[in-house]
Design a protein around this ligand. Structure first.
Ligand code: GTP
Length: 356
């Protein structure tokens, strides 16, 4: 794979993950102890690829600040920024001048997957395809656009979400491109690879192939997926060489203080300097650096932002607390509630609110 280059698209605004993405780009959010992108980059490196071009836009400078020239990951990292976001296809076209290889793997920067990347490239070469898409079989294809293939694996259509999908194969957000196909994407304007480029290639009769598997796959675009993906990384269900500690029921980073009787499990990440009080129960959660969970609080499948506080007896289920926000004692937040950064909820101040 040393003759293959990678492009990772990291320019999206990550609106579904607000308020976490108001201050950090989605691929830079701490996920099982490191920025999510570190997991993806280490997987790309492990497959034998050395040169990676990052297509940035939103909070572009934070990527180079985090990863530099890539030497720490044994990668050569190149950053190419869109002044205005150009969409997924426009983002790929925008990095074309920086590519040197004939075979280019393109990744959405927010997908956690266990697929054998070498096998995807092998399919591409064996079928002499113009573009090969990684397609993954999922239990509920209704939530995604689906991509039927014929008996040889040739893609037949790109279908929007439907109640009655004809296949359980969905676009997994990882592609192999023949270089010349990238050059044909219109430059300098917004293009969606899913809605414009791929349907256009099919209409022209280009060789578009699918590499289908049922490996681990999760798009970390929503708080629920991010928190479950993070727990899968901590528990080793989604393997990653970038995990900064042993696989286990929890990952505790430096300087964290856990009361001896606090129950912390289910793939929870406890960030640097976090404090968890006596009798607290923290299950499958993400506690960013400096967060505080008070005595007797319950935090389940929720994300607590940098320096945020969940006071004693509060309940947080399937919810997000923004950076430096305070959830007062005995408050109860469930069902996708989100507290905006810096907001303070008074004690007993809220129960079951969907948005605060
Ligand atoms: P939402 O706003 O929550 O939908 O998130 P998003 O902006 O990240 O969009 P989406 O999840 O559909 O994006 C899929 C991948 O493409 C992510 O890794 C994004 O960072 C990336 N992406 C989306 N739009 C652009 C863009 O305009 N330019 C670049 N370079 N990357 C993009």
């Amino acid at each position: 794979m040393d003759d293959v280059e990678a492009v990772v698209l990291v320019g999206g605004k990550g609106t579904r993950l607000r308020p976490l993405t108001l201050a950090a780009a989605k691929p830079m959010l701490p996920t099982a102890g490191v920025p999510f992108l570190a997991h993806l980059l280490s997987r790309i490196r492990a497959a034998g690829v050395r040169r990676v071009v990052l297509g940035t836009s939103y909070l572009a400078e934070t990527f180079e600040a985090g990863f530099g020239d890539g030497a720490a990951l044994d990668l050569e990292l190149i950053y190419v920024t869109e002044e205005q976001p150009l969409g997924t296809g426009g983002g790929i076209r925008n990095v074309a001048d920086h590519l040197t290889a004939e075979t280019v793997m393109v990744f959405n920067g927010d997908v956690l997957a266990g697929t054998d990347l070498t096998a995807v490239v092998d399919t591409h070469r064996r079928t002499d395809a113009d573009v090969t898409l990684h397609l993954v079989r999922v239990q509920n294809p209704r939530a995604f656009g689906c991509v039927p293939t014929d008996a040889e694996g040739r893609v037949q259509a790109f279908l929007e979400k439907t109640e009655d999908p004809p296949t359980d194969q969905i676009n997994a957000g990882c592609y192999v491109f023949r270089r010349k196909v990238i050059d044909q994407i219109p430059a300098g304007r917004v293009v969606s690879v899913e809605r414009d480029t791929f349907p256009g290639l099919l209409a022209e009769g280009a060789r578009v192939w699918g590499h289908v598997d049922a490996a681990y796959w999760r798009d970390l675009g929503t708080p629920g997926d991010l928190v479950h993906g993070s727990a899968d990384l901590v528990r080793g269900i989604a393997p990653s060489a970038a995990l900064p500690g042993p696989v286990g029921d929890r990952l505790v980073l430096e300087g964290a203080e856990l009361a001896p009787d606090a129950l912390v499990f289910g793939g929870t990440t406890v960030g640097r300097g976090v404090r968890i009080g006596p009798g607290a129960r923290v299950e499958g959660a993400m506690l960013f650096d400096g967060a505080v969970v008070g005595a007797g609080a319950l935090v389940r499948h929720s994300i607590v932002g940098f320096g945020a506080q969940v006071h004693e007896g509060a309940v947080l289920v399937d919810s997000v607390v923004g950076d430096r926000a305070v959830v007062g004692a005995q408050c109860e937040l469930r069902h996708g509630a989100r507290v905006w950064p810096g907001v303070t909820l008074p004690p007993h101040g809220v129960r079951f609110s969907p948005d605060v």
